[in-house]
Design a protein around this ligand. Structure first.
Ligand SMILES: [Zn+2]
Length: 244
C-alpha cells in the first residue's frame, strides 16, 4: 500500500461501524490536488490501476461524507465511518476494472476483519446523502461484493406476497432518509436497480445534482419487486456483523 497522509482529519467522536464508498473522476495526483483545494479527505483511495493509497489513518476522522444519514446513524457520519474513494473517469457511470475491483475487495475484507461492521452499514455516498450525491455511481459492483459476503443483495424470491406499498416505509427499512422520496428512490435504483437510472449526457452535472426519480418509477412492477425484496433482506438479515 502506498501512503500520502493528508492533514485533513480530526478525532473520531464515535466507534467505526460503517463504510462509505465513493467515486471520483480523478486518479491520485489530481485527486490529491482537489483534496488540498477543498480541504477534504478519505481514508483510502484506489486508482483505476488497482493502486491503493492510505490518506488518513483509520483511527482518525476523515472528511469525506458530509451531511447525511443512514438507518439510525444521523449527523456525524465521518466520526463512525471509514471512507474509500475509487477512481472512475465517468464517476461510476461505466464499469470499474477488474484489478481495481479486486483491490477494493481485498481492502474491505481486511477492514471487516478488524471492525464489527454490519452488512447493512456498507453504503455508497449516494445512499447516505441521496439528495446531494450520486457516487459511487450506477455501475458500482454491489452485487459482486455481496456475493463475497460484503454487504447485502436482495433475493427476488423473497417478499413474495408481501403487499407493503408505501415506498417511504420500504426505503426506510433499508436505511434511506426519505424526506426527499424521489431522491431516495433514485439512490435506491443506483444501488439495486441500475437499469432504471436514466442516462445522463453530462456526468459532471451529477456532482451538483444527483436528480430524483420520476413518477413513472413508482408505477414500475420491477421496481416494487426489487424494493420489497431488498427491504425484506435488510429487515431479516441485518443484525450480525460481517464475518469474512
Ligand atoms: Zn463521495
Amino acid at each position: 500500500m502506498k501512503q500520502k497522509l493528508l492533514p485533513f482529519f480530526d478525532e473520531r467522536r464515535a466507534n467505526v461501524e460503517m463504510i462509505v464508498l465513493h467515486s471520483t473522476a480523478f486518479e491520485i495526483d489530481e485527486a490529491l490536488r482537489l483534496y488540498e483545494a477543498r480541504e477534504v479527505s478519505c481514508h483510502y483511495f484506489i486508482g483505476s490501476g488497482g493502486d491503493v493509497w492510505r490518506l488518513v489513518e483509520e483511527s482518525k476522522r476523515a472528511w469525506h461524507a458530509g451531511k447525511g444519514q443512514w438507518r439510525a446513524i444521523t449527523g456525524d457520519i465521518n466520526s463512525c465511518s471509514i471512507g474509500i474513494e475509487l477512481a472512475n473517469s465517468t464517476l461510476g457511470q461505466t464499469d470499474f476494472g477488474s484489478v481495481q475491483k479486486e483491490a477494493l475487495k481485498k481492502l474491505l475484507k481486511d477492514i471487516l476483519h478488524r471492525y464489527r461492521i454490519k452488512p447493512e452499514n456498507i453504503v455508497g455516498h449516494s445512499d447516505m446523502a441521496p439528495s446531494r450525491k450520486a457516487d459511487p455511481g450506477k455501475a458500482f459492483f454491489w452485487k459482486e461484493l455481496a456475493a463475497e459476503g460484503i454487504g447485502l443483495w436482495p433475493d427476488l424470491n423473497d417478499a413474495v406476497g408481501w403487499e407493503e406499498n408505501d415506498p417511504a416505509e420500504l426505503l426506510g427499512i433499508i436505511g434511506y432518509d426519505t424526506r426527499d422520496l424521489g431522491a431516495a428512490a433514485l439512490a435506491f435504483c443506483r444501488r439495486f436497480l441500475p437499469e432504471k437510472v436514466p442516462e445522463v449526457s453530462d456526468v459532471w452535472a451529477l456532482d451538483a445534482n444527483p436528480g430524483r426519480a420520476d413518477d413513472a418509477l413508482f408505477e414500475d412492477e420491477k421496481f416494487w419487486r426489487v424494493l420489497r425484496a431488498a427491504a425484506h433482506k435488510y429487515r431479516s438479515e441485518s443484525s450480525t456483523p460481517c464475518r469474512i
